[in-house]
Design a protein around this ligand. Structure first.
Ligand SMILES: Nc1nc2c(c(=O)[nH]1)N[C@H]1C(S)=C(S)[C@@H](COP(=O)(O)OP(=O)(O)OC[C@H]3O[C@@H](n4cnc5c(=O)[nH]c(N)nc54)[C@H](O)[C@@H]3O)O[C@H]1N2
Ligand SMILES: Nc1nc2c(c(=O)[nH]1)N[C@H]1C(S)=C(S)[C@@H](COP(=O)(O)OP(=O)(O)OC[C@H]3O[C@@H](n4cnc5c(=O)[nH]c(N)nc54)[C@H](O)[C@@H]3O)O[C@H]1N2
Ligand code: SF4
Ligand SMILES: [Mo]
Length: 713
């Protein structure tokens, strides 16, 4: 018995690949990209191409587990001691329990905590393990809302940039990847396309075969930068200045589209005034990009048409990240390139899926409660909050690896009075601090509705195999918990198909004609973006994100935005150097020199892991070397550091020990290391160095505004 099942990759990646899984006698035997999909076109990244190794990994958590050792990392049992009949049994520090025992333990503790402290003492903590509409945010939200638990502000990834983008154009919409093939100039701005968004690359290649040029703006020489026609290394955290410098040239040399600006933007006069303060020479001193290059890039951007910007979230992981995304988003508003196929800008397409998320999450099931910012987890676990956080329920997330200020987070997770549950596929860093671990299905094992933040195709992901062991999906786990708590609302009995119907039953024109049945038939359907574009005066309007005007109240791009004033920010855009940035910058802002920690640290993602996911799999470990600190010769030499030396990277928050690589991937003053599972590298976690300081907009984390010093061990 052999069959092929259509699925969609739910990992936190803009591509949301369309996937075909071949199943024989109940076992998945092959995974491949679906060649029929218009964006992802039949190939997979290295991580998911070998996904069978992940699904059937001997490391999978397949049964509920209870802690029997003190909290903290526990040395894993050596291979020969593994009990093959119980794949979970090699997980020292835990014992296997039944689902009934696990559910009783959890609901029993929750009831005690609610009685003593109130339900707000319970904090759900989740992010991007799966972006499937149901398993990311449906039954879990219903459960915690009904419980009256604290809310979580999910800021860890994209809030700063999202807010910056929306402050100009009003919605998280952008150029469709398929349209990049029509571009003549492509700017990858803080966008590691080869590593993080690989399905855009073939469209860029297609454009280049027809003469397009690729410019990369990134402080790190990524694989994408290595392939570029023009690579511009930029100092971290200075993109606001660079964008304002480019606009200085565009406006000063009258290279902007005056008709588009007059008709489709607000606040141009204020912007014209503001950019006077950003002549290329001044901007060069901040950014490290030569004044001549700033002029040349502005001229090319305005005259080589159509020009598209692939902005990604790299620029907004610093203190002024919201303003950076805002300033960059203004560029196509000045040139009018939003109106051209192959023009515009993409940061995210997530706003293209108007599914009924409110009906999935059902806030109305419980009281309004306090909100805790996930980027301040360390603080939340230590602060004298009323009530204190007494229980943490982690799913879709590995905070012990990915949250900023790691040492503070770990200190909190070690609290003996904190009851921690983790729903997981693997024994992650966070599981080292769990009282109870619950086994989670992978996307091979559950049904899902899949949106995307990098294209406009909605998909159904079908289960290919039965859940392994006793694994349960997030939906079924929270359903079981709700029933065990005695919650009687119908919302907890809705089937997965009913929830998909609920999500699609939104009277929005982009969803017109899209039903569960049509998705099941076709697997993947492009959002009906033409529906609102029909009245537009542009040909091909269905392929332009803002064909009917911008998604702002007046339909115009807001080069001036009054709401920013209320937040204490500049209503146009202004470059405020990060507090944690090099002394050249700090000096310019008069903030004093950070002499003790003079190097800017980029704690980056791995090309072959996905945040911390995949970091435990041998076939991907063989492609990555996370225990490396990349450093420029100019910084290595005065510290007597040679290629291959062991180095200590440190600041007042923590330290890690890595092997130096002196190979030119970073410019002077910048060092870089990579995210993974802390317990595997044995040398610490890059987030031991990052802070809980928040971004200017969106209250996001500031991973890429981190100062460190490095010394030879
Ligand atoms: N292989 C792989 N793919 C992934 C992920 C992964 O971990 N691995 N993660 C996924 C997730 S969660 C996300 S959010 C997306 C996002 O993906 P991206 O937004 O692309 O995220 P980053 O890798 O953080 O940043 C992109 C680039 O920005 C650069 N950068 C850092 N600081 C600055 C700066 O100040 N200015 C400029 N111009 N550039 C800067 C970094 O060096 C990096 O090369 O990717 C997803 N895809
Ligand atoms: N230093 C540094 N820190 C960063 C970043 C960085 O670039 N540098 N990037 C930040 C960004 S952009 C993001 S988005 C966050 C990501 O932070 P997280 O969302 O925590 O991402 P992962 O580390 O990939 O962990 C996701 C976990 O979910 C599990 N999982 C997968 N599917 C399911 C499921 O169906 N159910 C359950 N219960 N679990 C599942 C996976 O096994 C995995 O362990 O990290 C942030 N942290
Ligand atoms: S991680 Fe991204 S590129 Fe890889 S299969 Fe999933 S969606 Fe596609
Ligand atoms: Mo992310």
């Amino acid at each position: 018995m052999k069959c092929v099942v259509h699925a969609a990759c739910p990992h936190d990646c803009p591509d949301a690949c369309s996937i075909l899984i071949t199943v024989e006698n109940g076992r998945a035997i092959k995974v491949q990209g679906d060649p029929a999909h218009p964006t992802t076109r039949g190939f997979l990244c290295a991580k998911v191409a070998k996904y069978l190794d992940r699904v059937y990994s001997p490391q999978r958590v397949l049964y509920p587990l209870r802690r029997i050792a003190p909290k903290g990392p526990f040395p894993a049992k050596p291979q020969p001691e593994r009990d093959a009949s119980f794949p979970g049994s090699d997980f020292a520090g835990f014992e296997r329990i039944t689902w009934d025992e696990a559910l009783d333990t959890i609901t029993g503790r929750f009831r005690q905590i609610i009685e003593a402290f109130g339900a707000e003492a319970i904090l759900p903590y989740s992010y991007g393990g799966t972006l499937g509409a149901l398993n990311n945010a449906s039954m879990d939200r219903r459960f915690f809302h009904r419980l009256g638990a604290s809310r979580l502000d999910r800021t860890i990834c994209s809030e700063a940039g999202g807010e910056g983008l929306k402050s100009v154009v009003g919605a998280k919409l952008g150029t469709e990847p398929e349209q990049f093939r029509h571009s003549k100039l492509i700017i990858a701005w803080g966008a590691n396309i080869h590593g993080n968004n690989v399905h855009l690359w073939p469209f860029i290649e297609e454009a280049r075969r027809q003469g397009a040029r690729l410019v990369v703006i990134d402080p790190y020489r990524t694989r994408t930068a290595a392939c570029a026609d023009w690579y511009l290394p930029v100092n971290p955290g200075t993109d606001v200045a660079l964008a304002l410098g480019l606009m200085h040239v565009l406006i000063g040399e009258k290279l902007y589209d005056a008709y588009f600006v007059a008709r489709h933007t607000l606040g141009f006069e204020a912007l014209r005034e503001r950019v006077r303060e950003y002549p290329p020479e001044r901007v060069a001193a901040w950014t490290g990009v030569a004044a001549a290059d700033i002029r040349r890039l502005a001229r090319e951007y305005a005259t080589v048409r159509p020009a598209a910007i692939r902005l990604n979230y790299g620029v907004q992981r610093g203190e002024n990240g919201g303003m950076a995304a805002r300033a960059i988003t203004m560029l196509p508003c000045l040139t009018g390139s939003w109106k051209e196929i192959g023009g515009g800008l993409q940061l995210s397409t997530s706003g293209g899926f108007p599914i009924n998320r409110a009906a999935l999450a059902r806030e109305d099931l419980g009281p309004a409660t306090r909100t805790i910012n996930m980027a301040e987890l360390g603080r939340a676990l230590h602060q004298a909050l009323n009530p204190p956080v007494k229980a943490l329920f982690v799913y879709n997330c590995n905070p012990a690896a990915i949250a900023p200020n790691h040492n503070s987070v770990i200190h909190g997770l070690l609290r003996p009075d904190l009851f921690t549950v983790v729903h997981e596929q693997f024994l992650t860093d966070t599981c080292d601090y769990a009282d109870i671990v619950l086994p989670a299905t992978t996307f091979f094992e559950h049904k899902e509705l899949q949106t995307s933040y990098g294209h406009y195709h909605l998909q159904i992901s079908n289960p290919a195999i039965a859940p392994l062991g006793e694994a349960r999906s997030n939906v079924e786990t929270f359903r079981a918990l709700a029933l065990r708590m005695g919650f009687e609302e119908k919302a907890f009995r809705e089937s997965v198909d009913e929830m998909i119907d609920t999500a699609l039953a939104n009277p929005h024109p982009w969803l017109a004609g899209i039903t569960r049945e049509s998705l099941e038939r076709q697997g993947s359907v492009r959002m009906n973006l033409a529906a609102t574009a029909s009245g537009s005066d542009h040909a091909n309007a269905a392929f332009l994100p803002f064909a009917n005007g911008f998604a702002t109240p007046g339909g115009k791009a807001q080069l001036y935005n009054e709401q920013l004033v209320e937040m204490g920010l500049d209503p146009v855009a202004a470059f405020v150097p990060p507090v944690e940035s090099r002394h050249a910058l700090a000096g310019a802002a008069g903030r004093g020199a950070p002499e003790k920690y003079p190097l800017e640290f980029l704690p980056r993602k791995c090309d072959n892991f996905l945040n911390s996911t995949f970091a435990n799999l041998p076939f991907l470990q063989s492609l990555e070397d996370p225990a490396v600190l990349e450093i420029n010769r100019a910084d290595a030499a005065p510290r007597a550091i040679a290629d291959g030396d062991r180095v200590r990277v440190f600041n007042e928050r923590g330290e890690l020990q890595l092997r130096a690589r002196v190979d030119g991937t970073v410019q002077p003053g910048v060092v870089a290391a990579r995210l993974g599972w802390a317990k595997l590298s044995g040398q610490g976690n890059v987030n031991a160095l990052t802070s809980e300081r928040l971004t200017d907009l969106g209250r996001g984390p500031t991973f890429y505004s981190t100062l460190v010093e490095v010394e030879k061990v």
